[in-house]
Design a protein around this ligand. Sequence first.
Ligand code: MRU
Length: 354
Amino acid sequence: MIDALSFKNGTFRYLDQRFLPLQEIHVETKDHQEAIEAIKTLAVRGAPLIGASAGYTVVLGINEYTGDKAGFPAYFEKLIADVNASRPTAVNLFFATKKMQAVYDANFENDSLETIFAKMTDMAHKIYNDEVDNCDKIARHGVDLIKRDFADVLKTRKLNVLTHCNTGTLACCGIGTALGVIRLAYEEGLIERVISAESRPLLQGLRLTAWELEHDGIPFASISDSSSAILMQRGMIDFAVTGADRITANGDTANKIGTFAHAISAKYHGLPFYIAAPVSTIDITMAKGTEIPIEERNADELRKIFGTQVATPTTPVVNYAFDVTPGTLIRGIITEKEAVVGNYNEGLAKVVNA
Ligand code: MRU
């Protein structure tokens, strides 16, 4: 298994994903500001991994605290605010900091700082371990749904699946969300080939998903993001499955920029489009996708390709990191509790409150 992230003896260790697949650089830090920088720069990335990293970043922050109990509340408030400010779209980050906050709220009055810190460290490990377990359950529910949806086709041939961005071990701690579904589907003999969209501008599909698929020996081809429509038109894709960064109550789903275009194409060609994500990615406090804050990133991510200038430094750029696919384009939202199909307002509220 790829060692994407760990936390041992007060040290946060992560694989710096900016250099993959050409260099495998593992970084160790005890400094919470460095961990925040790793989240901001996408050295660690992918919604569930961002959530796990946020939990461990809070642990680094509390371990750095040298003051007394009276001074801790103000320090902790700023620490949580700094972690929350690192990336806006993936709700898993806020899910994790809320869990850490809840441990603090429940124990601050009665426990020593040492005991509170130990309980917060346990919570950070739990966030990580839950995401690992969630991936296995998501994969099972996803494969079962695909088997149902493609029961007739599977009698005669295997399936070709499109995915976007990276939703594997690098993004999720475990086997992955969408990539976990694909991995299990391949293991169970359902998959002919994976089509992996490159995911401009930071190429998570081309660099990371391709690397994970190659590592596992799963047949795949990488495509430019704009190629999915012609592949669908030519019968080279049967369905699509991607991850999510935030899913609102009605099923609208924020994911890596480009996902929406694949979903529109899938609808046009009559192909099912699935989302695979843990319940920690569902945000039922938001009614619909227009409420999701969409991260806009530095213009140079577009003007340069891996440090090489490809446009003039003054080229005006719009660089949204995510888009929102309406729930109406999504055939099913596969969570660790169940695959939700049909009425998302009802189904998602049920899995969140279960
Ligand atoms: O900007 P990134 O690389 O963090 O974006 C990642 C994605 O959009 C993933 O598809 C999403 O987080 C799901 S990861 C299981």
